[in-house]
Design a protein around this ligand. Sequence first.
Ligand code: 5AD
Ligand code: SF4
Length: 435
Amino acid sequence: MGKKFHIITYGCQMNKYDSDALRGLMESRGHRWTESVDEADIVIVNTCAVRQHAEDRALGRIEEIIGHKKRKPSLVVGIMGCVAQEHGERLFEKIPGLDFVVGTDNLDVVADIAEGKLKPGAYTSINKNFLGIDAAAHIEPGQVSAFITIMRGCDNFCSYCIVPYVRGRERSLPPERILQQVRYAVSRGVREITLLGQNVNSYRWEDVDFPALLDMVAQVEGVCRLRFVTNHPKDFTPKILDVVEKHGEKIPPAFHLPLQSGSDRILRLMNRKYTLSDYMRIIEEIYRRFPDAAITTDIIVGFPGETEKDFESTLAAMRDVGFAGVFAFKYSVRPGTAAAKLEDDVPEAEKIRRLRTAIDLGIELARQFSQKHIGKVFPALVEKKSPKNPGKLAATLPSGRTVLIDENFAEIGDIVPVKITDAKVWVLRGEVVEK
Ligand code: 5AD
Ligand code: SF4
């Protein structure tokens, strides 16, 4: 008899993909998805360990769900993902009532646990060859955009980052398996694919490198838009830009290129393996080829030893690039990482002030970027009805910004030319025009 299950996802897009793949696997084995935690026989929480705050939120949610056992003692509650891998069996002591712990290399055991083929317990062994759940990831009816993981793990060991410890060594998926997933998604009506990896630029399967893979995916019939995240400045090459250029509007010039800090001293302590001038050279090359490029970034403030001067360099770099979007984070010590040995010496109040300052500047830059769209015409991919604006459809521009358009002039899944009439920070308004 199939079980009713629900998955709650925290963290990055790769976790979202893993949850969708697990959903696909569970459904293929006869279990049924439910939107409601109250109705579920099994609830699995997919967790993120990248910052302490993310970890605390996920654990808090699990405790809350375990509370439902009072009403429904048969409820099974499991944890998967990065926090599961990080703490393993210890989670049973920490969270009474937890039934199973499934690490990042063992996601496929969840279905066996659900079916009683495996005992509930901790499954966190390291499997260097695990390439993810081998099931077609779930796709909602009418879903226009889908993520596809092309590589797992990370070998970069940025000094602050827990990912290499919880997601293990970097491994790429064979191109054929990726293409099969892309074809499946397209056959279900998906028009936009986003290729995912901790550092997609270091993708390699035999002689297929990332630019070659990107070129292959762009040629799959039915792929109308193609994006990719995340890039690493040390591995970002002009060959990638050649492929973007070759495929014109199909691969929009939108690049997420995490800078982390604008100070060379901090970049060295972070083990990022590039300097600010290396980074700026890439930016110049991107803008030279794509003057309208949308470049987004991640910034960490309050890294150990970060002085006011270092922080000012980060703000200056943000202005110089003119980022389209900035994700700023407060440094969070991750046990076991190299940076955890450094003194976490920036006072909390100062970290908060720097975070606020970086966020505010990020918002101002985002507004300026959005306003540059006004008066121009762009192809917009219609994603869905706007949840908050009756009568409007939400469409995505090449830059990644959302534009709201009148629902009488397009259908979900269409790519329509839209003239931008107004711009807030993240959301624009526009009118569908003749080609
Ligand atoms: N503290 C704060 N931010 C972090 N990130 C990764 N590890 C940490 C940490 N320990 C940020 C980086 C990365 C993004 C996904 O999360 O900016 O690019
Ligand atoms: Fe973490 Fe650096 Fe790997 Fe990104 S590249 S996942 S920041 S170690």
